[in-house]
Write a protein that binds this ligand. Structure first.
Ligand code: SF4
Length: 281
């Protein structure tokens, strides 16, 4: 039962009503003092120096590596989640340490000197459910002359994406399927994801898109044609990663995507996009 005193979160299209002390659907945001705050602010579950290609970004600083940070929580419930150990968890359910934005930026800078790190990537769980931390880190990273990379499901309200976009140098956004019907299955808004891709591209951010191909769900010619057309409507130059699924989370018994399927779909997407890459093959 909702109460008039509940706080409403406007970060993503779910617009959760949250009772004081409670958490939203993503388990990352909570109501505190009558407003919604990022409960996962500065709570770090994963920190690693990754190749840029692992984000995946194939055409942004190729051959470089980037310090990659993740917290917990996600606003989607993809049954095929490839990172559920942190994305589908809340506070106290996964090991965390706390770090301030300046501390992470200092680490990124030191790793730049020592190991060629080029910046900081916000990834692993869904970064936009804790977008304030992304913003604050991104400001510190820019001050140090380094770059910011966002790896996201893109399912957020326009105001959030618009505020972050000028701080983000490159992004990989999942476009998980071709329709709202597909997004009903994962609990998201197809229109919001498409809008995020457009906002980031228009802001001058280097954008790449990933489509994870799930057998029987989005592996048809029609599905990839629709995704590729959508991306092409923003720009035919945007790279699309057509990526194999491996059995995980609630789909642990499913078969991995056949490699031949990926190559077939890469060929189809290449009809309207100039840069289409197979992933996980
Ligand atoms: S970001 Fe989290 S709390 Fe906010 S509306 Fe989305 S799911 Fe709900």
């Amino acid at each position: 039962m909702s109460d008039a005193r509940d706080a409403v979160c406007n970060v993503c299209p779910r617009h959760c009503r949250i009772a004081e002390g409670g958490t939203g659907f993503c388990r990352a945001r909570r109501a505190e003092g009558g407003r919604v705050v990022a409960g996962n602010y500065g709570r770090i579950t994963s920190l690693a120096l990754d190749p840029m290609e692992k984000k995946p970004l194939a055409f942004f600083r190729p051959g470089s590596c980037i310090l990659s940070v993740g917290s917990y929580g996600c606003n989607l419930r993809c049954p095929f989640c490839q990172n559920d150990a942190i994305s589908q968890r809340g506070e106290g359910e996964v090991g965390c340490r706390t770090a301030a934005p300046a501390e992470l930026a200092d680490l990124a800078e030191r790793l730049g000197r020592e190991r060629g790190n080029v910046g900081l990537a916000y990834t692993y769980n869904e970064p936009l459910v804790g977008w304030e931390f992304v913003r604050d880190c991104a400001v510190e990273i820019r001050r140090r002359g380094m770059c910011n990379v966002l790896v996201s499901n893109g399912c957020a309200e326009a105001e959030v994406v618009e505020e972050l976009a000028p701080l983000i140098d490159a992004a990989n956004i999942d476009l998980k399927g071709p329709s709202q019907e597909f997004y009903d299955w994962v609990g998201g808004s197809f229109a919001a994801v498409c809008r995020s891709i457009e906002i980031l591209h228009r802001a001058g951010c280097h954008v790449e898109v990933t489509m994870l191909v799930i057998p029987g769900r989005n592996d048809s010619d029609e599905a990839v044609d629709a995704v590729a057309s959508l991306v092409a409507s923003v720009s035919p130059e945007i790279p699309l990663h057509v990526t194999r699924f491996f059995p995980r989370f609630q789909m642990a018994d499913a078969d991995p995507t056949p490699v031949a399927t990926i190559h077939r779909l890469v060929g189809r997407a290449g009809r309207v996009l100039s840069r289409v890459l197979p992933g996980n093959c």
